[in-house]
Design a protein around this ligand. Structure first.
Ligand SMILES: Cc1ncc(COP(=O)(O)O)c(C=O)c1O
Length: 381
């Protein structure tokens, strides 16, 4: 089996992640922040340690500004529904995932003005187009760091600077890059950073979060849900303290312990090593696939302008057929269709059929890439 679906979720998880989750369930099984007994205290420690390591990893201002969520989708919903009010103007890109687009289209019906800046057919964005759209009075800029369809990297630091010029807030969807690319909230002028735990951060499903930068006043952000936090239990109103205001209900302790082990694994491997491996695999994939007659590639050809997520189509076959044959006959597991990002496919010209998507990870080998390319060559023939 050749697993090329790391952009959906990374697999297999490092043994350290499994060990941390088991350890949490066996030794720290209390409810964190609720009771005062030893198992409850023991359960709270890994949660705070995870906040600390994620804050350091993402250059966040403070561990208490790391708000855990079930995934990037929940984190993005918290940011968008928490901030935007009728009459606000929000500017985003034509390469966004539905985790951004669907909340925005719903908010549009409630009176939020949504402006979508077009991207080039390879998914790239000219920052000048964003500058023209981000007129004074804009409340929020939203952009992904890398597309989940083509891997195209967006110029995040430049977009952050544009947001500052008009005093707008800047929300980044790092679902495809946290754990692959350096992220520096201060250096890139990011005010809200949504991340997911189960992709390149190597954690389990059910983990992710929203990190608040220094410019974001948490009082401006409404929580998505309200409920028990284990703090200020005398109040029937939601507390304002961080992170409790945004983390009602018993947290996913085992998942967060696993996420922290995933982040440590990434740090141990080193982002430079991970990126160099990705660039090597992307180069092989691009060279191999574009040499096959009838195969059409999408996204930038320069591996430094993208992640290792590579989308393609085969002229004479439906994408679903290609993916089915890859799985059935060659054991190559990939993703096919619209990848929850119809806007991106309209940009590429691949709507509504979509593409076949290969997404390598750190554990993917050059031999596996060569086998996958061979399989596509045979199928296309
Ligand atoms: C760009 C992008 N944003 C958001 C998401 C949603 O992430 P999650 O599944 O963690 O909610 C994904 C997942 O594929 C994604 O690729």
């Amino acid at each position: 089996m050749i697993y090329l679906d790391h952009a959906a979720t990374s697999w297999p998880k490092p043994p350290e992640v499994l060990a941390a989750m088991t350890d949490f369930l066996v030794h720290s099984g209390g409810s964190p922040g609720r009771s005062a007994h030893r198992l409850s205290l023991q359960a709270a420690r890994p949660l705070y340690a995870a906040r600390e390591s994620i804050a350091a990893f993402l250059h966040a201002p403070h561990p208490l500004r790391v708000l855990f969520a079930a995934n990037a989708t929940q984190a993005l919903n918290l940011a968008l529904y928490g901030l935007l009010r009728p009459g606000d103007r929000v500017v985003t890109t034509a390469m966004e995932h539905n985790a951004v687009m669907r909340p925005l289209r719903d908010l549009e019906r409630q009176g939020v003005q949504v402006v979508v800046v077009p991207c080039a057919p390879d998914g790239s964005l000219d920052p000048e187009d964003m500058r023209r759209a981000a007129v004074p009075g804009t409340r929020l800029l939203v952009a992904n760091h890398a597309s989940n369809v083509t891997g195209t990297l967006l110029p995040i630091a430049e977009l952050g600077a544009i947001a500052r010029e008009v005093d707008a807030l800047f929300l980044v969807d790092s679902a495809q890059t946290a754990g692959l690319m350096p992220l520096d909230m201060d250096g890139m002028a990011i005010d809200l950073l949504a991340f997911t735990g189960h992709k390149a951060l190597l954690g389990p499903p059910g983990t992710g979060g929203l990190v608040l930068g220094t410019r974001l006043d948490p009082a401006q952000l409404r929580p998505l849900i309200r409920g028990g936090t284990g703090s200020r239990s005398e109040q029937e109103e939601q507390p304002e303290d961080l992170p409790d205001k945004f983390e009602s209900g018993t947290p996913n302790g085992a998942g967060i312990a696993g996420l922290m082990a995933g982040v440590q694994t990434v740090q141990h491997r080193g982002l430079e090593t991970i990126r160099a491996h990705e660039i090597r695999l992307t180069t092989l994939l691009i060279e191999g696939l574009q040499a096959i007659p009838g195969v059409r590639l999408y996204g930038p050809r320069d591996p430094r302008a993208r992640t290792s997520t590579v989308s393609f189509t085969v002229d004479t076959l439906r994408v679903s057929e290609v993916a089915w044959r890859l799985d059935e006959a060659y054991g190559v597991l990939c993703r096919v269709g619209l990848h929850c990002a119809p806007a991106a496919h309209r940009t590429l010209g691949t709507f509504p059929e979509g593409t076949v998507r290969f997404a390598a990870g750190f554990t993917t080998t050059e031999e596996e890439i060569a086998s996958a390319i061979r399989a596509v060559r045979e199928i296309a023939r």
